[in-house]
Ligand binder design. Structure first.
Ligand SMILES: [Fe+2]
Length: 292
């Protein structure tokens, strides 16, 4: 991914951003561990992290390059919350939302899975098939989270709503309430899209990360009718623009550059393999194996 110019200054600025992202993840880890140990929720810490995140609003290239880095699954929970906040912030910006709304979205991104602190890590990271009972227990994190924040007057009601509703889907296939489209706030819809995208593109103990292009296709295939497609399309269109010029490795082992990404079919870019261009929408045997 292009970071805005291959010079020393952009390289230095990128590393400064990367360090800041790591600091925020460590703060999120500290915040979460304190809650697991029984401390009350200090919401001022979430507000401070959200302020740090929004201060990076104008650096989408650095944000995406950092969020795309594949990491060990051990600290995934903290990275996930922080990365969902960054994606949700970018999406809120691409939707031209007001800054006060984007701040709520970021806070909601940080807090959305707080109920997972009530679920044992062995269950959250379990490889293989979950029993129905285990599956139901994991799903309960939305209710657990809501119960943890419901009576806390420091936490905005919109954030509490996202914690409870972020797994609801427009066709009522979600949980815990099987709510329908008109019950879902714009904050919930944005965090839900960011949550799904982040989960697809991250390594987990039970699955390998998808490349952004695989995730674009997966969104297209599985999310229609479940997530808000205007938000999905806004995310995919704007994300894909930043991958033009990125280096990728093909399933043939060849190194290639992304030359053009068609807006209506972002998962089938045209790639430059040096000697010629390949259109992945017609080259059925060739696909992007991973980002270089
Ligand atoms: Fe969740």
């Amino acid at each position: 991914m292009n970071t805005g110019g291959d010079n020393d200054i952009s390289c230095l600025n990128y590393h400064i951003f990367e360090k800041k992202h790591e600091d925020i993840v460590n703060k999120m880890k500290h915040f979460t561990i304190n809650i697991i140990r029984g401390k009350r929720i200090e919401y001022s810490e979430i507000s401070e992290m959200a302020n740090e995140i929004i201060s990076e609003y104008d650096k989408p290239q650095y944000i995406l390059k950092t969020l795309n880095k594949l990491r060990d699954a051990d600290d995934y929970t903290y990275y996930h919350s922080v990365n969902v906040s960054f994606y949700a912030m970018l999406l809120g910006g691409w939707l031209n939302l007001a800054r006060k709304d984007i701040k709520i979205i970021i806070q909601a991104g940080l807090m959305h899975d707080i109920g997972k602190t009530k679920i044992p890590n062995v269950l959250l990271n379990k490889k293989g098939v979950l029993s129905i009972k285990e599956f139901e227990e994991i799903r309960r994190h939305a209710i657990y989270g809501y119960e943890m924040v419901r009576d806390n007057p420091e936490i905005p009601e919109d954030v509490k709503d996202v914690i409870l509703m972020h797994h609801e889907r427009e066709d009522r296939s979600g949980y815990p309430l099987q709510a329908s489209d008109h019950n879902l706030s714009i904050y919930t819809k944005i965090v839900s899209v960011a949550d799904v995208y982040e989960a697809m593109t991250a390594n987990r103990p039970y699955k390998k990360a998808l490349t952004p292009f695989e995730a674009f296709e997966e969104f297209h295939i599985t999310c229609r009718g479940r997530l808000n497609m205007h938000l999905v399309n806004t995310l995919l269109y704007n994300l894909s623009r930043y991958y033009v010029g990125s280096k990728v490795v093909l399933n043939t082992g060849q190194l290639a550059n992304i030359a053009y990404i068609p807006p209506q079919c972002a998962w089938k870019p045209i790639i430059d393999v040096g000697s010629n261009f390949l259109d992945l929408s017609t080259e059925k045997e060739i696909f992007i194996s991973h980002m270089a």
